[in-house]
Design a protein around this ligand. Structure first.
Ligand code: DSN
Length: 441
């Protein structure tokens, strides 16, 4: 993209875009929910479909002039079903993003106050999986399962026991911070035993499912949601797949229940990303994402760090900072950022600290893999991360919550002159600058 019109018309925004391109090009984007959309996806979401209103669904819109958006939306649905092998499902491609998609499922299939079983937030669940600060947790009754305290992995017997005890209407699986594979078939069987709807939020792993490196929730799970901008490498949006008998409830919940006019430009971008995901290149990328994650996990462990569950089977991993002391995630996130490495602090199972001052670091390999990095690169990146973690993980968080923000600000202020950080940053910039970024270069 050359942004020539924008450069002339609005240089302030143009400069911010250029600064962000430089930051990403010279750094290592390791937030596992991020990836790069291709130039074709970016062109589709920047198209004239941005300007069209099309409330409701193909063939029954509340606006005229929908002949092309109708064709677009139907094509997107066709591609979505094909790429996931979900021909027997209905798919709604209108959700603006993952949170409204999950909320639309609850709204469509349940009454307020009904019970849903889902993973705890601090064990890897999402805000919309029943956090009390989310509408999900306020409108519905959630009961939460967690990981086994020893293995730090799902315990399906415990989930089955809980399901029998609570008789939820929905059993939800699929997580934002879980480094292992999910047995969707088992979750579905547990749901059927208690007459519950099985639901999988595959936002993080939908690209891995297409790539055949993660088990698929199709063709048995009743409802499957996914964002389209994570390992699917598309625009910021989402989709809901459901068994055909649930179609009307799901469609009515998305529109008019939750949303107004669909973002047809985003739907155009999803359609492009889905076509790209059918190519062999995409499947090879997904395999490499997982191989790179394993190589990175090995490197972090060899360099003395503890990972939750001892490693990873997917695209992400969680560094456990508790051996250094509680609440250190924010310092490590900031120090890594100062060294050119973007990650995020994350709650981990049995974290003694609150989410903003959590004791984990979540990181992953989708973006780096898309830039062409391989296992040997992960070994080096693991070393840089371990250097920074070991240098700063002993930084203590003040016990007094009122003093915490100032302590973090002071810490960040010192990073610019910290020689070790600057040394690592120099090496990171030199290394990262050799790799192109899809959609930019
Ligand atoms: N915020 C996303 C993530 O980072 O995992 C989930 O929606």
């Amino acid at each position: 993209m050359n942004y020539q019109t924008l450069k002339n018309q609005d240089p302030e925004i143009y400069e911010l875009i250029k600064k962000e391109e430089k930051r990403q090009k010279e750094g290592l984007e390791m937030i596992p929910s991020e990836s790069y959309a291709s130039s074709a996806v970016l062109e589709a979401i920047g198209s004239i479909f941005n300007d069209k209103y099309a409330e409701n669904y193909p063939g029954k819109r509340y606006y005229g002039g929908c002949v092309n958006v109708d064709e677009l939306e139907r094509l997107c649905q066709k591609r979505a079903k094909k790429v996931f092998g979900a021909e027997d499902y209905h798919v709604n491609v209108q959700p603006y993003s993952g949170s409204p998609a999950n909320l639309a499922v609850y709204l469509g299939l349940l009454e307020f106050g009904d019970t849903i079983m889902a993973m705890r937030l601090d064990h890897g669940g999402h805000l919309t999986h029943g956090s009390p600060v989310s509408l999900s947790g306020r409108a519905f009754r959630f009961v939460h399962y967690g990981v086994d305290p020893q293995t730090e992995q799902l315990d399906y017997d415990a989930i089955a026991k809980m399901a029998k005890e609570h008789k939820p209407k929905i059993i939800l699986s699929g997580f934002t911070a879980y480094p292992r594979l999910i047995d969707f078939q088992k979750i579905h069987e547990i749901a059927k035993e208690v007459d519950a709807i099985s639901m999988a939020d595959t936002s993080h792993i939908s690209g891995l499912i297409i790539g055949g490196v993660h088990p698929s929730p199709f063709p048995f799970t009743d409802v499957v949601t996914t964002t389209t901008h994570k390992t699917l490498r598309g625009p910021r949006a989402a989709m809901i797949f459901c068994k055909k008998e649930l179609r009307e409830q799901i469609d009515r919940a998305v529109f008019p229940g939750m949303q107004g006019g669909p973002h047809e430009h985003a739907i155009a971008g999803i359609a492009v990303a889905l076509e790209e995901a059918m190519a062999a290149e995409f499947k090879n990328w997904a395999k490499q994402v997982v191989s790179n994650a394993k190589a990175l996990a090995d490197s972090l462990i060899e360099n003395g760090l503890r990972l939750i569950s001892g490693g990873t089977d997917n695209h992400l991993m969680l560094i456990d900072l508790r051996p250094f002391g509680p609440g250190r995630g924010i310092f490590i996130e900031k120090a890594l950022e100062a060294a050119g490495i973007s990650t995020n602090k994350s709650p981990i199972p049995n974290d003694p600290s609150p989410p903003y001052y959590s004791s984990g670091i979540r990181l992953g390999t989708p973006s780096l893999t898309h830039r062409g990095m391989k296992e040997s690169d992960m070994a080096q990146i693991g070393k840089w991360i371990a250097i920074i973690v070991k240098e700063f993980a002993k930084t203590e968080l003040p016990g007094d919550p009122k003093k915490r923000a100032a302590s973090v600000k002071d810490f960040v202020g010192r990073l610019e002159k910290h020689s070790l950080v600057q040394e690592v940053k120099k090496e990171v910039v030199e290394f990262a600058s050799q790799f192109t970024i899809p959609g930019i270069d």
